[in-house]
Design a protein around this ligand. Structure first.
Ligand code: FAD
Length: 472
């Protein structure tokens, strides 16, 4: 088949690599003039793209991404390691409260890959260049679809700023701001269905490098993300001795606007003792990158049990974006690319392809979206109550048949079995509900939470100390 993929970021490149290996001819479009930088540091310096501002934000590759890369795109996995990406075994993520740190069977599956997003994209672009049946067309924007009129219409090609392309299938991997609904309206088709859930966070991030000869205050590959009383803060190492740090307040909390300034960014971090210790061994290697309007959203192309279009699938952020704090975007993109490959291999009928893929979205993507929406609703209510004096959220009614993400996370800090269960959800190796409503997990979580004293609170600034840091 001749397939046009719109968008040459993670989702588009995963799809192009997987489908080209299955023998399809791929045209890979991107509106930006993408080029392979000579090395990872030049790639990092040139990574900012206005249309995809998340590419300069801190990233991590979850265990599911690592596992799927090893299984399906092993050359990419090896190229990442060769580019300086670090493996973070699960033992490096164990909190001090977990007394039993002995290895368990299956721990290897829970390994993370620590990388800057720019290094990851650098490796992805190189792999595109090495694949002979992918034709990259960069600096080319898709502006619409060509269809055979019908109900629903069938896509037969794509309009672009460098001319029309005919094809058998279009994959929309154009990200959160996908123009797919405009394309559909332009040909008189019904738009997709979009479900949104509030996410409400802004991101301020900066890259650092560990000073030569300095001893970090903790394991480099520990990914620490802490929900403080008034904001979230996270730190974790990436490739080539780099360390990514993010401050993520409520997007509506205007007090944090000055964090764009690197001095204020450092002052806020210095007000949190654990982060101050890290700053002492780091030197900054970038400006502060700010990003607002982070969203939870889900798109369906089968609406009222009818595909809105045939011969067109959407994947990656064009289908689903979730609060990045849990880093699920690339896992969803890679799983979707593999699903499309499998559908194309087994199902020639375009309508049935649409139903199959929509079924995957509802069973393989939507559970992660809904999990994130529930986690965010609880966190946003807690932050608003603390910061804006809104009424405190009432604690969720205890349920005996399932646990919440927060309950499992709290109990996982003490119990080795629950620690692995939590990491299976966090690492996207299990669907949230399969773990939350597992009777053995539920019972164990309840008993650990009943027995354990809650851990002492993470040392953090008082409101006055935070205000002073923000006023630097
Ligand atoms: C702050 C932050 C941190 C994150 N951290 C993580 C993490 O740790 N782990 C993780 O897995 N995920 C993370 N994510 C999510 C992850 O970045 C996204 O899921 C991922 O980038 C989505 O890739 P994509 O290819 O679907 O879309 P995008 O990366 O948005 O790419 C879309 C591409 O399409 C192109 N394009 C758009 N319109 C057109 C057009 N009309 N014609 C041609 N080309 C077009 C764009 O130029 C772009 O290259 C994070 C997100 C944010 C915001």
């Amino acid at each position: 088949m001749r397939i046009v993929v719109v968008g040459a970021s993670a989702a588009g490149i995963f799809t192009s690599l997987i489908l080209s290996r299955a023998g399809h001819k791929i045209v890979l479009l991107d509106r930006d003039p993408l080029a392979i930088a000579p090395d990872v540091e030049s790639a990092a310096a040139a990574a900012f793209r206005a249309g995809a501002p998340q590419l300069v934000q801190p990233h991590v590759l979850l265990p599911r991404v690592r596992e799927l890369l090893i299984q399906h795109l092993p050359h990419l996995y090896h190229a990442l390691i060769a580019a300086g990406v670090q493996e973070a075994p699960i033992s490096t993520q164990m909190p001090s409260t977990l007394a039993d740190k002995s290895p368990h069977p299956g721990d290897e599956r829970l390994t993370l890959l620590m990388t800057r997003r720019s290094t990851f994209d650098w490796v992805l672009l190189q792999s595109v260049a090495a694949q002979h049946n992918i034709e990259p067309r960069f600096a080319t924007r898709s502006t619409g679809i060509l269809v055979d009129k019908g109900n629903p219409p069938q896509v037969i090609g794509l309009r672009t700023t460098t001319g029309d392309l005919t094809c058998d299938l279009v994959i929309d991997a154009s990200g959160y701001r996908s123009p797919i609904d405009q394309w559909l309206r332009d040909v008189g088709a019904q738009p997709t269905q979009r479900i949104q859930a509030e996410c409400g966070v802004a991101y301020f991030s900066r890259y650092h490098r560990i000073r030569r000869g300095a001893t970090p205050p903790g394991p480099r590959t520990t990914r620490l993300v802490v929900g403080l009383d008034e904001f979230t803060v996270g730190i974790w190492a990436a490739d080539n001795d780099t360390v990514q740090i993010a401050i993520a307040p409520l997007a509506s909390d205007r007090r944090f606007l000055p964090v764009r300034d690197s001095r204020v960014f450092s002052a806020v971090l210095t007000s949190v003792p654990y982060f101050k210790n890290w700053l002492d061994v780091l030197e900054p290697i970038s400006d502060v990158y700010a990003m607002g309007a982070v969203q939870n959203s889900l798109r369906r192309l089968v609406v009222n049990e009818r595909p809105v279009v045939l011969g067109l699938h959407a994947i990656g952020d064009a289908i689903c974006t979730t609060n990045p704090t849990l880093g699920r975007g690339l896992g969803m993109a890679l799983s979707s690319a593999l699903e499309i490959d499998s559908i194309l291999q087994h199902e020639p009928d375009l309508a049935r392809q649409a139903f199959h893929f929509d079924n995957f979205v509802s069973t393989g993507i939507q559970p992660f979206f809904e999990d994130q929406a529930a986690i965010d609703a609880a966190r946003l209510a807690a932050l608003r109550s603390k910061i804006f004096d809104e009424p405190a959220p009432s604690p969720p009614a205890p349920r005996h048949d399932r646990v919440s993400f927060a309950e499992l996370r709290s109990a996982s800090a003490f119990d080795p079995i629950l620690f692995r269960a939590f990491w299976r959800v966090f690492g996207m190796l299990a669907k949230p509900d399969d773990i939350y409503s597992d009777p053995a997990i539920t019972e164990r979580t309840r008993s650990v939470l009943a027995e354990q004293e809650p851990p002492s609170p993470f040392p953090q600034p008082s409101r006055e100390q935070l205000a002073a840091a923000l006023a630097v």
